[in-house]
Design a protein around this ligand. Structure first.
Ligand code: SAM
Ligand code: ZN
Length: 530
């Protein structure tokens, strides 16, 4: 197939006027052979870096594809959100192409990169984009790595984007993307609703910036820990716009490639028990740094971790501001001896130590950073997203259990009382030498004790809390002891005898430091509530 045949016929595509230049594609500026080999021969997790642009590739002319006049209010009713997330079975078309369905929208995937498991990440993007559109009355989206174009389709059909630029470096996806987007009329009056291009993401974002053609919302659905898109994405974004960035590098967040995380996000990451939250903080921290180079500051709208991949996705709002006003860019320590974590600002760097070592140097202490130590989400934005999901029938009345649970957990996690990280119940149990306590019981005891406590969307058997590890351990030991009282009481039928036996056990418990009266009072309360 000739290069020209892969693109739209002249007259229907704004880019058909580009001069031919081999070996780079005349229209997308990428090295075609390299692109195809790289994309087709590797699995997504094997991508060490995204495609690179040949330095000698000539610049294309100006982008004349943007909507010229005021956006229209037209809503593609027929396509609008169905509450069914997706059908796992594909439906063949008359010409035998396999069609997938997501939220009631049909689309073709063919050989392009597509994962059903990314549905939630797409849902979150669409909800956030629509909230933006509702508050600003406009929404121009750049889907910088669109794959088959499902996100672009959803931003158009569901988020009611005025214009979507669907870009993917691989021009072999062109037919699929065009066919998927053609469900939405390309024009609304004389205004273009969407366009498809095949540039390297950095190139298109830089070109848009040079044209002063800023977008409200940029989705960069990249592989691995390629952070090279951050700066060009910030450049192409409107002030107060939203940028949805990605990392799929679980090795770096796990602390197994500190030099790699340093190169990509400027953060030296060590192994820590809450490594998947570290992955999100590493990505936000990298974005904070890149934004600060340009005089911008960022605020996370939400931070989403999914174990499929793994995928770390963060939605950020970008505004003017200085890094110095950002209090949340610093270092995190974790002590393997006592299990406590702490945040350190840059001016505390010389004072890093753990209280369990009396301020002395300890080999048990690991430090990661700099990374984002502030809130992972904006509770108010998430609440709007939740209400919208309810309005659209994506959650509530038994629908969308996963999305509902996720959004609720994220809202709970937004409590500013929570420090960074989460505590795995298994870690508490292993320190307490007991069985792992039930999550719900643990959360309710912590809350009764006056601590903030909630589930973490990142780890199912973990809690977010401001309770120190030693106290968590004590509570779990108490809980275990209370369980023993309960079973003794059942056997002896006497609460007092059970409590007496329990008191004996207490004396042999090393962790109990408070006086006997206080302890007995606590346990009496516990036993009463059994
Ligand atoms: C994770 S996939 C996108 C999936 C899609 N967003 C979705 O939700 O189904 C990443 C895409 O980026 C494209 N890609 C890889 N390197 C690129 C680059 N440097 N510039 C633009 N696109 C690139 C790949 O062809 C691939 O389709
Ligand atoms: Zn310690």
């Amino acid at each position: 197939m000739s290069l020209e045949n892969q693109h739209e016929p002249k007259g229907s595509c704004h880019l058909s006027i580009f001069p031919v230049c081999t070996p780079a594609c005349s229209r997308c500026g990428i090295l075609l052979n390299k692109t195809r080999q790289t994309i087709q021969s590797r699995r997504p997790t094997e991508f060490p870096a995204m495609l690179s642009l040949c330095s000698r590739t000539p610049s294309p002319p100006l982008f004349p594809f943007l909507p010229e006049s005021k956006p229209s209010d037209r809503k593609p009713k027929a396509l609008h959100a169905a509450n069914q997330p997706h059908h796992s079975l594909s439906n063949p078309t008359a010409d035998n192409r396999q069609l997938e369905t997501e939220r009631g929208l049909q689309f073709e995937v063919s050989d392009s990169f597509f994962r059903h498991e990314s549905l939630t990440g797409r849902d979150l993007g669409v909800l956030a984009a629509f909230i933006y559109k509702r508050s600003k009355s406009q929404l121009r989206v750049l889907d910088a790595m669109c794959g088959c174009g499902i996100r672009s389709l959803r931003y158009l059909a569901e988020a009611e984007a005025d214009f979507v630029l669907a870009n993917d470096a691989n021009d072999e996806y062109r037919r699929i993307i065009l066919s998927n987007l053609s469900q939405i009329p390309r024009y609304s009056g004389d205004k273009r609703r969407w366009a498809v291009t095949h540039f390297d993401a950095n190139r298109i974002m830089t070109e848009l910036y040079l044209q002063k053609d800023f977008f409200d919302f940029i989705d960069v659905d990249s592989f691995g820990s390629d952070s090279s898109f951050l700066r060009s994405a910030f450049n192409a974004l409107k002030l107060d716009g939203l940028i949805y960035v990605t990392s799929t590098d679980g090795y770096s967040s796990g602390g197994h490639r500190p030099h790699n995380s340093l190169a990509s996000y400027g953060a030296y990451i060590r192994p820590m028990p809450y490594s998947n939250e570290i992955g999100l903080r590493m990505l936000i921290g990298g974005a904070v740094r890149e934004a600060s180079v340009l005089g911008y500051c960022i605020k996370p709208i939400f931070s989403y971790y999914s174990y499929h991949g793994p995928v770390f996705r963060v939605m950020l709002r970008v505004n003017r501001g200085k890094l110095t006003v950002t209090r949340h860019y610093g270092f995190i320590s974790y002590c393997f001896k006592c299990g406590n974590s702490q945040a350190y600002s840059w001016d505390e760097l010389g004072q890093i130590s753990c209280t369990c070592s009396d301020g002395k140097h300890s080999h048990s202490l690991v430090v990661s950073g700099p990374l984002w130590t502030g809130p992972l989400h904006d509770a108010s934005y998430l609440t709007h997203m939740f209400n919208l999901a309810e309005e659209w029938g994506w959650v509530g009345n038994g629908a969308g259990f996963h999305l509902e649970k996720l959004l609720k957990q994220m809202i709970d996690e937004s409590d500013p009382k929570f420090p960074f990280g989460y505590i795995k119940l298994d870690e508490i149990a292993s320190r307490a030498k007991t069985n792992s306590p039930p999550l719900r019981t643990m959360i309710s005891i912590l809350q009764k004790e006056g601590y903030a406590a909630s589930r973490s969307h990142i780890a199912s058997n973990a809690i977010k809390t401001n309770c120190p590890m030693a106290m968590c351990v004590r509570i779990v030991k108490e809980l275990q002891a209370a369980e023993e009282i309960k079973s003794t009481r059942c056997k002896t039928g006497s609460k007092e005898m059970a409590l007496g036996l329990f008191g004996v056990r207490l004396f042999s418990t090393e962790v109990i430091t408070s006086g006997m009266e206080e302890v007995i009072h606590d346990y009496t309360m516990l036993v009463r509530n059994l």
